[in-house]
Write a protein that binds this ligand. Structure first.
Ligand code: ADP
Ligand code: MG
Length: 503
């Protein structure tokens, strides 16, 4: 109920004797009425109203409080001001009689008694002193009131409306798209301006909500991956089911780690959770790579020796970046992937790779020297699990342990890759690691027997020895597969070695 409309006409005629009260008369009535009124259910801002029959009014605007000199006496006026009147500044009459006035924005905030400065003193004050004593505090009070209402009330405040538009509602697609910027440009602009490793949430949501899905391109642990279009550009959308909300949140969080962006880590674009009334749709939007995963790619393509080195080097570079801790205010924690495999690596158009599917990754917090989530260490894909995971001997409190398991998996990915290297038309068919030693969906026990007990590793064929680059690849694999994790190469070492072979 908004009573302010009935109050202000009275206020405009505020010199009428019957509509004003002395401070003493007002304060008794006011206090009693507040307690009566707060028990009633109401949505607007409640104010003391000396010109209303029940001495209370309600408004979406502000409470008014003023005191004026009338026939040599202080006369107080308290009422409501509607948002419309605030905008039009109707509530700020310039009557020279009104000497103190203020707007405030919390329930019954005008339940205080304003007094005029003593006339004798007043007349002796210069204009500057007057301004400091009257205008500044009143101005500050009004400002504080506006700030308070903008923070606490989310309805009729015009300032808040602006803020609400910024935070809650997506920018119009038009404004985002009409900028003519590609997603790459947007990400470049917005992430190099210090907003960490992700676009502002508002932009993420706006992009996500204007994507048109085309077809499914993959399926993994958590639902489906789709190709979609945003403003003419292809994007990949990983859709999680609502029961996997934690995985969605975790993957989005990891992708938005400060300084994570790297040309060989899948480019994250947006995360969005959209409630359609029945269930929540959880989306992760990323750059789309038409070749799909390295697994898909190797199944239908062979690769030249140079191509092998370029692919391998890019994977090692991405992993080295993931593993690396960058120290500084814009630093990056060390991250271990924990599910590195050919299905979680994507092949880009330019013949390099991007590491994807960071949903199981763990970060190292160097301040507390802790891993950031309580770790269920037996996660990942059994076929790619390092021996220390299979026999449950991994030290889960040390990020280096997890990095070493990634290196073991990296060696297996290199093995899949080099098998598809074609020299003079000769190459092997595509196979998963341990394809000839374990069943198609191996259990942890199947893997443990082979990898830990029998200490077997994928076969490195003799023909690789005839090519220097492939011989080097074989040596790297061997040094990724040591049973002792600490003896394995680091991603950075592998990257450096491979760089030397790049033509
Ligand atoms: P999950 O967590 O369910 O395993 P992934 O992120 O690994 O999901 O994606 C599953 C599959 O979807 C990948 O193996 C790949 O074939 C395809 N895929 C995922 N992201 C992309 C992308 N950005 N571009 C092209 N294909 C993708
Ligand atoms: Mg996956």
């Amino acid at each position: 109920m908004n009573l302010s409309g009935t109050v202000l006409p009275y206020f405009a005629e505020s010199s009428t004797e019957s509509l004003v009260m002395t401070p003493q008369r007002y304060s008794k009535v006011g206090t009693a009425l507040i307690f009566l009124y707060v028990t009633q259910l109401s949505t607007g801002l409640k104010c003391i109203c000396l010109v209303c029959t029940n001495h209370i009014c309600e408004t979406e605007g502000a409470c008014w409080n003023s005191v004026m000199l009338l026939n040599g006496k202080e006369e107080v006026l308290k009422s409501c001001v509607s948002p419309h009147q605030m905008k039009g500044q109707i509530f700020c009459p310039s009557s020279s009689n009104i000497l103190r006035r203020e707007c405030c924005f919390t329930d019954f905030c005008n339940n205080i008694t304003l007094h005029l400065p003593k006339v004798g003193n007043l007349s002796s004050w210069g204009p500057l002193k007057l301004a400091v004593v009257i205008v500044v505090p009143v101005g500050l009070l009004c400002l504080a009131g506006i700030v308070a209402i903008c923070t606490l009330r989310d309805q009729q405040c015009p300032y808040n409306k602006i803020k609400k538009h910024d935070v809650e509602e997506p920018l119009s697609d038009h404004s985002l798209m009409s900028s003519g910027k590609s997603i790459k440009d947007l990400i470049f602009d917005l992430t190099t301006s210090g907003s960490g490793s992700g676009l502002p949430l508002l932009v993420q949501r706006t992009i996500a909500r204007s994507i048109v899905l085309h077809e499914t391109i993959g399926k993994g642990r958590f639902g489906e991956v789709w190709r979609g279009k945003w403003s003419g550009e292809d994007v990949a959308v990983k859709i999680f089911s609502s029961r996997d909300e934690r995985s969605w949140f975790r993957e989005a969080e990891i992708y938005q780690t400060i300084m994570l962006r790297h040309e060989h880590i899948l480019g994250f674009i947006a995360a969005d959770n959209k409630d359609n009334g029945t269930w929540t749709q959880l989306w992760l939007v990323s750059e789309y790579h038409e070749h799909g995963s390295l697994f898909d790619y190797l199944n239908c393509h062979t690769v030249s020796v140079d191509g092998v080195i370029i692919l391998a080097l890019s994977i090692a570079s991405g992993l080295a970046h993931l593993h690396m801790e960058i120290i500084g205010t814009q630093g990056k924690p060390a991250i271990a992937h924990r599910d590195l495999k050919s299905k979680n690596i994507l092949v880009k158009k330019n013949g390099t790779c991007a590491i994807a599917d960071l949903g199981l990754a763990v970060k190292h917090d160097s301040v507390t020297n802790m891993i950031d989530i309580p770790s269920n260490h037996r996660v990942g894909t059994k076929r790619y699990m390092a021996p220390e995971i299979l026999d449950d001997k991994i030290n889960i409190n040390n990020i280096e342990s997890f990095k070493r398991t990634d290196i073991y998996s990296l060696g297996l990915v290199f093995w899949e890759l080099v098998r598809r290297c074609s020299i003079r038309g000769i190459h092997d068919d595509y196979q998963l690691p341990y394809y000839d030693m374990v069943p198609s969906d191996p259990s942890i026990e199947d893997m443990r027997k082979v990898v830990c007990d029998q200490k077997l590793r994928p076969n490195i064929p003799n023909q690789w020895q005839s090519c220097e680059a492939l011989r080097m690849m074989g040596k790297i694999m061997h040094e990724c597969w040591y049973a002792n994790g600490a003896a394995r190469l680091t991603a950075l070492r592998i990257k450096k070695t491979l760089s030397a072979y790049r033509n």
